[in-house]
Design a protein around this ligand. Sequence first.
Ligand SMILES: Cc1cc2nc3c(=O)[nH]c(=O)nc-3n(C[C@H](O)[C@H](O)[C@H](O)COP(=O)(O)OP(=O)(O)OC[C@H]3O[C@@H](n4cnc5c(N)ncnc54)[C@H](O)[C@@H]3O)c2cc1C
Length: 605
Amino acid sequence: MRMASRPHASGRVMSGRRAPVVRSAVPTPASSAIGSNLHSARNLASLRAPLRLARSVAVAAASASFDGPSSSSDSLASIDVTVSMDNAPPAGAEGRRVVIVGGGWAGFGAAKHLAEQGYDVTLLEAAPNPGGLSGGFRTASGKAVEAGMKGFWFQYRNTFKLIEDLNLPSWPLTDFTTSGFWNPKGLVTEAPVFSKLPRLPTLVGQFVHTFPLYWALPLEDRLTMLPFLATLADYVSSEERFEQYDKMSAYELFRRCGVSTRCYNEFLRPTLLVGLFAPPEDLSAAAVLETLYFYALAHQNDFDVCWPKGSIAETIFTPLVERIRAAGGRVQGNRLVTGVDVDPSSGEVTSVRAADRTTGELFTYPADALVFAVGITGMQKLITATPALASQPDFRSIMELRALDVIATRIWFDRRVATRYPANVLSGFEPTAGATFFNLNDLQDEYKDAPGSVISADFYHANALLPLSDEQIVQRVVSHISTCEPGFKSAQVVDSVVLRYPKAVTHFSPGSYPFRPFQATTIPNLFMAGDWVKGVPHGANGLSQERAYVTGLSAANLVVQRLGLGSQAEILDVEPDEPHIAAARAAVRGAVEFAGALGLKSPFL
Ligand SMILES: Cc1cc2nc3c(=O)[nH]c(=O)nc-3n(C[C@H](O)[C@H](O)[C@H](O)COP(=O)(O)OP(=O)(O)OC[C@H]3O[C@@H](n4cnc5c(N)ncnc54)[C@H](O)[C@@H]3O)c2cc1C
């Protein structure tokens, strides 16, 4: 049986609504019970306050139009809009009001730090529930679904520190797991848990520990990647080099480096389709190099990945909301930000305008600083709707960027089918989309004792699949997983959910780097965060929750620097380059400079 898929809402907010009432979101005395609680509760006791759930809000939201990547008609961990009208700014933060737009990792990273520093923080999120692309909700029958399965990699040090800091009742992530890589002919290879194996210098460790494993790809094809790996040492040698690599597609780089067609088709292309959600011909070579370096190559253990043991919205974001509120911050769901006001004389943002998606009411939030932590598509809509943003060249550049489509599914079967790996990457099953599937019985507490199998399966770069019906999408998933694990051939689907996220994910397309925004903008009190901003002083790269969270922390630091209250958030960087990589990079830098001085062509590009 199929369940209704999440409607991808489109169209403009407020359309077809009753005439909106314009209200100021400046505190009124008529605050709700929970709102007034918050202000007496800037103490630790409130951290343990029971969380309020607002299912009714979510139901109303289903009828609202929303151009964001996801919305939920049936959310469990909804952000409770009843706290919206609270009250006086926290003591010591008078005049230091920070509005944060976007309730994903980036927005929550900024909101938590700034609330804890005593700022008067308001986080506004268009969806009813927190998490952004890591969000989720429960279906009418109480089943948890999410915007795709999210892995947490070995170098996600800031995310792990946040989770520790939240003092959760139990650690919400699994141990690092193995993963299987499949094509329609069968298993291609597997990824071991590298951190359980003796640690060797990077690249040597990955080669030695994967050598004895099964590989459908012959060694001579794998070895054709070596010249490509050498370019890793070159692309970081200067900003100029980076921009040169950015203009080139990853396909072109692989071709120039002599990567074999088989290695490209059976390994690199599918890996990038699930890693950066686009085929190499449509990916910046620079983005590919930095992403591969961060996720797999800088240190032997970097490819180790663990998975959430339950819904990220429930296990991590809900306690985060609670923590921010306990620190005096406001977190408001169903608030679609529609524009900002800029003082023409100072050139600074003075307020943020938003619409309540359930009631149609309009609100104005005075702001001394603003952090936009929305994705590319959301930001483009804001720029289009806001003359003060559209008049700035750095914001207009954002209109050059593109975003990608994904489809997330969750499927319940009538019987248990064991899978060889809990996490699986599929290559060549779809002509233009990447795919993964996960055995939730093995990964998530809720499904451990479920009578039947529960599978989460996602399609990336899913443009060609979006027009299919939910039934057709579920059939494709079942066909693909049955190819890998034939036990599914006799299993019946008893329930399924298909979620569509058009234009929701950052596309690191060739030549996109110059158009990506820095965190500080031409509007002096407006800062950007999200996995797509550039110039972040941290080694996390690509489509990464860690990167998004780190950009939230660094946006918070820019706010602290500007408004002067509190201290900077500590940001833990990735482990430094190993000595042989650092030496190789220095040597390459020297060789390129030497070649340049002699008027010779670089050996790399
Ligand atoms: C299927 C899938 C699988 C993924 N797998 C992984 C993985 O395994 N590991 C990993 O680390 N990362 C993964 N990612 C990437 C990761 O989820 C993102 O990098 C990260 O969540 C981005 O966070 P963010 O805060 O930058 O943006 P988002 O999560 O996109 O948050 C932006 C928020 O802004 C809100 N918004 C937009 N416009 C407005 C507006 N006008 N007013 C108010 N709110 C607005 C949106 O509703 C949204 O909630 C995956 C992503 C997807 C979709």
